[in-house]
Design a protein around this ligand. Structure first.
Ligand code: CO
Length: 208
């Protein structure tokens, strides 16, 4: 990639925006009030804003390998805290994607160094759902299902945080589990039944 081209692209983008609205960047600099927190994968093919069709200012975004929400990860925990308590988002989305390299790596018996502790969180998802996953004979289908179950478990991790439990009770907040299908470009809503999950989760994880 030609890095110089990026700056040319940027200049064109600035000009395009200003041509439509001469106050575009002035307005942007005045603050943000996004309604959505999007937690997705770092995969270069899975953009956040572009696939949702939203503009700068509309989504607060956190991306990491395999869209994980580990409770000891200061980065994702800070993002959730800030989004929920300060930006007061009404929606939290965990968006996984089929063909996820992180999920694929977690399905293999391989020492991946520093990635081991990160990917172990996905192996834990596999262990939690191993009866369902082991019953799937087709490897491709199993891989897809693990992507979906990982999204579900990361949504549960979001619900396990005290901040989210508090706003859920006090003003309401919606958690969404989605999967982006790179092969078709489509966004799939997993329609996770959080009311049912909440009953199970809150018995043990209630903090507030
Ligand atoms: Co991925």
């Amino acid at each position: 990639m030609d890095i110089k081209q990026i700056f040319k692209n940027n200049q064109k983008w600035v000009q395009d925006k200003l041509n439509l609205d001469s106050n575009y960047f002035k307005n942007l600099s005045e603050g943000q009030s996004p309604d959505i927190l999007y937690i997705g994968c770092s995969d270069s093919r899975v953009t956040a804003e572009e696939l949702m069709g939203v503009s700068p200012g509309e989504a607060f975004v956190h991306r990491n390998i395999a869209n994980m929400v580990p409770n000891t990860d200061l980065s994702v925990m800070s993002v959730i805290d800030y989004a929920v308590l300060h930006l007061k988002v009404n929606h939290i989305v965990v968006c996984g994607h089929y063909y996820c390299g992180g999920v694929k790596a977690a399905m293999q018996s391989q020492d991946l160094g520093i990635l081991n502790p990160w990917l172990r969180n996905i192996r834990d998802v596999y262990r939690t759902h191993r009866v369902e996953l082991n019953a799937i004979e087709d490897e491709e289908q199993k891989y897809r299902r693990l992507v979906e179950l990982n999204v579900q478990e990361q949504c549960i991790n979001v619900i396990k945080t005290a901040e989210v439990q508090r706003v859920y009770r006090d003003r309401g907040i919606t958690i969404h589990g989605w999967v982006f299908d790179i092969h078709s470009g489509e966004l799939v809503d997993l329609k996770i039944d959080f009311n049912k999950i909440l009953e199970n989760v809150m018995e043990i994880y209630r903090l507030d």
